[in-house]
Write a new protein. Sequence first.
Length: 201
Amino acid sequence: MKRLLFLYFIVVFIVGCGLDQKSSYPIPENLLQDGDLVFRCGISVSSYAVRVADKIGSYSHVGMVVKETDGWHVIHIVNGEMEDTDGKEIIKNEPISRFFRKDRARAGIVLRYDAPDSVLHQVVERAKTLSQQEIYFDAYYSLSDSTKLYCTELIYNIFQNAQIDISEGRRSRCPTVKEEVILPSDIFKNQKLREIYHFSE
């Protein structure tokens, strides 16, 4: 397994060197709404590890779309992307073009949760409130510790504030994690989520 991860890292590094670091997949912004969920299939080693653990899922990371004064952003939390957070693995509120940069993703999808505007407004306000806090990435993937969060746990927390269980109670087991976790597919399978747009290489 270690050898496989090492070889994967080498391939990703070589391919990544040939990519335009600032180019991203174009997302039709006229289709977006506050509160949309964006999933991406990452190309990092940690993304590969998530996909190995999440055997039935196609995506390794998730965030929430919000409208800011300078355009559409994504609120999310991820490990290993610290160049614009002073070297800290903390929650981010960044342009959607950065979220879907080609050196970070090779596929993506936009999903919309079916709920009244008033509920979605509450969800988005919760996301924005959390994004203003210095919340660190949870490397232990512990749902029992809300002081740190991982990507799906952040989305779960945001919706839970509006009395919505976005994972519908689904939990998964990972060999290296003590507690049950929420994997991207545990959220993706929610029947109230409908596809708005998707892309792949």
